[in-house]
Write a protein that binds this ligand. Sequence first.
Ligand code: GLY
Length: 534
Amino acid sequence: MEVLASGGNATDAAVATALALAVVHPVAGNLGGGGFAVVRMGETVAALDFRETAPSAAWREMYLDASGAPRPEASLVGGLAVGVPGSPGGYFELHRRFGRLPWEQVVAPAIRLAEGFTVTSRLASDLESEKALLARFAASARVWLPGGTPPRVGSTMRLPRLAAVLRAYAAEGPGAVTAGTRAEALVAAVRAHGGIMTVADVASYRPVWREPLRFRAFGWELAGMPLPSSGGIIMAQTLGLLERVGWARQPAGSVQRLHLLAESWRRAFADRFLLGDPASTRAATEHLLASAWLDRRAAEIDPNHASPSTMVRPWTPGPEEAPETTHLSVVDGEGNAVALTTTLNGSFGSGLLVPELEILLNNEMDDFATAPGRANQYGLVQGEANAVAPGRRMLSSMTPTLAWRGVEIVAIGSPGGSRIPTATTQVLLAVLVDGAPLEVAVAQPRIHHQWMPDEVLCEDGEASLQAALIRLGHRVQVRPRLGEVHAVRRRGNGSLEAGADPRGPGTAAVLPARLLESAGRPNPIPSRRSERLE
Ligand code: GLY
């Protein structure tokens, strides 16, 4: 909000927020991880991939033991779990192409926070939950568990080394982290804990601009993230199937709607089995989104009964087809929009902190099919296209998405691993199809299905519909929380609306016009969970 009030645009605000999260939200905000951003700036729609890559020495069986059995912890904890970080280059590149304010000004709030910020109850409880992980690494424990426990709620947390890194980053750009002594420190921390990353891996990492996944659904135009995230493809397939099976005609909140959602996701996630880095994917996006394929998939859906997942196979060429993450959304007064999702993968990533930099490192390597055909930490079963290979980007489910119709525009996304596309899609449907206000849409109870395991996850709030789903042939499991959506919208009359999910502590706010006019003034309005201001 401060950056917008200083005359910054949506990109400036998004990058500044991502960097602030790298300080105050170490569970997912990061400089040691990666992510994706979908942006619309003026007439330009673009997608930035700053996903981590496998180190150059990575190999297909690196997470299997001598007998070929998976070693799941190796891809989750410590040096071998760490992918080559994409965030330092990614945030810089996003700002270089679309930012308006000077780079130093965009990094400044994060520096200020690193010099001292107040510990929130969410931060203390996140640290408490992952105490055992952080305690395994002396440097991580020294910073985040001083005296063996999380810092007290309300106390001031100071990260002087991270502040120094950010100052160098503000002055020199990504090379301040990815080259020279800081890159050496990062690699030394990884290798001291069993990793294989090299300084050359870190220095040669580049973010990639990709063609955003553009499609239409329910009268709206959408832009989603293409591979190496599966999020955009899952969302586009799901909306395409729901249009075909008449989802919008079913009553809001009905079991029929939930059933059709579950059946659509069952099919979209089955196709996900074929996906991976754009260079290794075994199904092309255009095949998975071809009308003929969506027609065939829609025809398979029985409105009265669940199809067992074992009967739903991934896409195969047929005659008709010949040929714990964090998300932020920003819309500025000009209608520019950024949806940015960034992650360390698991909470606090690999648990490994680079002592000299106070940067936590990701465990994104677990997003590869570390043992193709077997489930990962999200229960996702993935295929050969996503096997570990040097330099390859691991398949993601992150779903930063923009949807617009005339002057209306929505920026949206969520954390939550495999639940990201399903949570984001449900909120988007409530807004695009049912016209729900954002704060209502983000709060509604949600469900999830991902093909394998063959079960519908329901939040507690959906209990009354569970029996009906079971009658339709679904297996049902209850989960307390599915995703944590964050969305901002400019409405047809130009007014702005922001919604943060009540499932988490995220906040959303609208900057009053009078503050936009007084550029340069710090933001005096308190952040609220959700706001709707004219
Ligand atoms: N690390 C979660 C995802 O990328 O889907």
